[in-house]
Design a protein around this ligand. Sequence first.
Ligand code: NCD
Length: 332
Amino acid sequence: MSTTNAVQIVGVKDYTFEMLMRIFKLADGYRDALAQRKFEELKVLRNCLAFNYFYSPSTRTRTSFDVAMERLGMIVEWSEAAGQFSKTVQGEILEHSVRIYCGYGADVFVLRHGDDDAAERASVVCKEMGVPFLNAGSGSREHPTQFALDFYIMLQDLMERGLVEQITNRHVLAKRPINLLVSMDPEFGRTIRSVVRGLARFLRPLRVWAWAPSILTLGEDILRELEDLGVPFEGYVTDVRRILPMIDIHYHQRPQYERMSPEKRKIVEMNEPSFKVGLHEMALLGGLLYHPMPIVNEVDRAVDTHPKARYFPQAAWGLPVRMGNLVEVVRR
Ligand code: NCD
């Protein structure tokens, strides 16, 4: 099998710190240009062909990739229901579809898929065909470009709060251990899995807590990684209000019911109300609240306008970060 150097972002481990810093620098510039409506300046990937194929639902990720591609001047071939409107319906395998799409001259392939192994499988084909690949969420495994945009705003916030000592060529070094709390669905939440993995790699020192119904646990693979990286997992919190004052980054997520067995779903549904974030929790929180969205019932609507709630700018800056991501992988 032939192989190429085309960049493949399947999981957080495929980013180097240098890549992320380059992406963030690009994103800073794109934010300014977008705000000043200097759209012509942004068209640095004119005539490059992007495939933006989503086999499962999305609000933010597909749209922001689509707008990012358009703003960069790319030709965009997109689908919001790629499985439903392709020969997947008759049983065509993903590898064959991706090979065909790449053969039309793709300069980048962005994929969201419901299967855990889909990103890896598609990436094997893309690599062989010389096409850069970005995983936009695969099953319950990983969502690396979401991590990139999460880290972008978190880093900015940590700097604003005076908590960053130094940015080396491998890590962000904080002045004291940064306390991360992930909550609600650490098991099936691919964004939680990616954010824990990513922060453990790139932010030092870090300590991790989880707050979730007891049948939703962080995967063994993630726990092992934390151990290998020397990042302490402080365990599952029962009395969250006690630890909220020392939490710097609270990363909350809806329960991923669509990935649970009916039995598990029933138990989580019963427990979900105890893990809701409301104004009381926000008042106690020492740091800031992040959420990949969609928000369903796990955050009180009144929190939307709370100054510690960062999920709207988090999503909005996803656009310039995705532009940076595309430029980083297409140009190399
Ligand atoms: C998340 C996802 O699809 O994993 N959304 C997103 O991409 N921002 C989170 C979720 O669905 O709960």
